[in-house]
Design a protein around this ligand. Sequence first.
Ligand SMILES: [Zn+2]
Length: 289
Amino acid sequence: MKRGNQWVVAALLTALALTAGGCATGMELIPVATIAAKGVTKAAAASRPISDSEEYYVGRAVGARILAQQSLRQDPELTRYVNEVGQAVARKSARPQTFRGYHFAVLETSETNALACPGGLIFITRGLLQTCETEDELAAVLAHEVAHVANKDGINSISQARWTEVLTAMGTEAAKQYGGVAGSLVSLFEGSIDDVFKTIVVNGYSRTAEEAADAAAVQTLKQAGYDPGAVASLLDKMMAKEKGASGGMFKTHPPTGERLSKVKALVGEAPAAGKEVAARTSRFKKIKI
Ligand SMILES: [Zn+2]
């Protein structure tokens, strides 16, 4: 818990150092004659999208909040395996590269859930791992979460008003010259982190975002050589499990009949289930969860 908090602080301070550094350099380069144009610069700055490095730092802080509530499963073998599968699908996704790459980890809880922090930090719970019966189904979960990162569903939940506030605070002279507004900048960043955390942990994404992530997962699995039908079979299992379940992934990733039929339509012809599938499944079965 303590380590998590330190992580948040470190992430924020680094983010602040980066932005302050950028601003300071800019200031030195601006000649007096261009001060008149400054208003325009400020307006442009307040409307720019979040950068990849900012996305990474917000994502890391969101990850720290998740880890303040849930513990990581301490199993290097399992973590290595989940990362291997995760990296294989991430490479074939619509966004193979992020600022610091994709990282996959297992949360020690029986809840059935998976979470994607902005920038590529992805968690899958032990409960969901146990729901998967094949490596292809694990790949389906991870491909779906990678799609949320690629589509920036988490980072886009930061309200426009909030982001404008952050950018405006970053652009002030006081922020550039002194640490005087650093406190308010930290609290503004905290607000952005709140927005993302609430979306990915509490409220979930829109149905449109979920369906887009399913569609991307089908595509990614095809590209990576996995069975795209695993997206459908996993949804099937989740729907069966949903009866009586109220929290976790059932809340933030509601598996619905409509989602399932859309996925089935995308999957198309079933791939040949050959030796490879059998090899992957036996590899999956060897992993103790
Ligand atoms: Zn989702």
